[in-house]
Design a protein around this ligand. Structure first.
Ligand SMILES: Cc1cc2nc3c(=O)[nH]c(=O)nc-3n(C[C@H](O)[C@H](O)[C@H](O)COP(=O)(O)O)c2cc1C
Length: 326
């Protein structure tokens, strides 16, 4: 059975990629992931704020936790400094045979972009660019945000030879138009979608509370929809990230159009051996259904044969609402 896939122009032995996370901080853990079957690893992000530091605001006496959250961490509070990040890329590359993807996290064109070249020189096989931002100013229009993103992608892809993937937010008015524009700007792949960490409110302390929650399987549905919409429209690779917890989720992501499937939460919960469990499940299912090659599945259930995907989505929506009877 052939599970090999092309992702960002890289030949992967199978579609399972360990998504951006702290796993690669420890080379021993990274090797366990490779031994368990992971086809590539994405390192945690290096942030624009680490490379172009904003003014450091410290929590002042009497300042509430909410007010203190307005300040960025001090440079020493980041897990990997830029120099250590580069050394870790080199170290991972010397210890692993699978591709290592570095991650840059920022959105404003600026001098931080120059770091992409150093990541390439350190041996990174690709760069994943995470555009995490929450636009809160009413004066900032959607096209301004997207123009900056396109400019950033153009600057990075113009500076390096390795492929650059963009980890996109689902909160754009036209995800399809933006994805095509990102591809034209040089992106070799689109990763759908960034998860937004949403603070809760602690009623006991009457404070805003930031917690990192692992994903839920239900989060995959949004990704499946957009993989199915985007896959006939792009030549760039597609990856799913968010809500992949079982082998069936891997199969569904590929059927919808993913060339690679990122996993993080499920590995944090169950450890590296879960990678081989997911791969075995995928292979058994393929065998049962007479599939020999993962390429036979890729995009099989995308919206290629759908004349008008927007009408299809709306018709499905209306039919679903109408099917509920009291
Ligand atoms: C502990 C943790 C750290 C993460 N760090 C990063 C990061 O540095 N950069 C990034 O782009 N995504 C980061 N992510 C997001 C993951 O790469 C992934 O997109 C998200 O968790 C959804 O995938 P999942 O459902 O498999 O967890 C992190 C997620 C977790 C849980």
């Amino acid at each position: 059975m052939n599970l090999a896939t092309d992702y960002l122009g890289l030949r992967l032995r199978n579609p399972l990629v360990v998504g951006a996370s702290p796993f690669c901080d420890d080379t021993y853990v990274a090797r366990r992931l490779e031994d368990s079957g992971a086809a590539a690893l994405v390192m945690r992000s290096l942030f624009e704020e680490q490379l172009d530091p904003p003014p450091v605001l410290r929590r002042l006496p009497g300042q509430s936790a909410t007010e203190a959250m307005e300040s960025f961490p001090d440079t020493a509070d980041y897990q990997l400094s830029p120099e250590r990040y580069l050394r870790q890329v080199e170290h991972l590359k010397s210890q692993l045979s699978i591709p290592v993807i570095a991650s840059l996290n920022g959105h404003r064109p600026g001098s931080w972009i120059g770091f992409a070249e150093r990541l390439e020189q350190a041996g990174a096989d690709a760069i994943e660019l995470n555009f995490y931002q929450v636009v809160t100013a009413p004066a900032i229009a959607a096209d301004q945000v997207e123009t900056e993103m396109l400019e950033t992608v153009g600057l990075i892809t113009g500076a390096v030879k390795i492929p650059v993937a963009v980890k996109l937010s689902p909160f754009h008015a036209s995800v399809a138009q933006l994805s095509v524009a990102l591809e034209l700007a040089g992106a070799a792949g689109i990763v759908v979608f960034n998860r937004f960490y949403q603070p809760d409110i602690n009623l006991e302390d009457v404070e805003v509370q930031s917690t990192l929650r692992l994903s839920e399987p239900s989060e995959l549905l949004l990704r499946l929809r957009w993989l199915a919409i985007l896959s006939p429209q792009l030549r760039a690779s597609l990856a799913a990230t968010g809500g992949v917890h079982a082998w069936g989720d891997v199969a569904k992501s590929i059927l919808a159009g993913a060339n690679a499937v990122h996993v993080v939460s499920v590995v944090l919960k169950h450890g590296p051996p879960v990678i081989s469990t997911l791969l075995h499940g995928l292979q058994s299912w393929m065998r049962c259904h007479g599939y020999e090659d993962v390429q036979q599945l890729c995009g099989l259930l995308n919206l290629k044969r759908c004349g008008d995907p927007a009408a299809f989505e709306r018709a499905n929506y209306i039919r679903t609402l109408q099917s509920w009877k009291v």
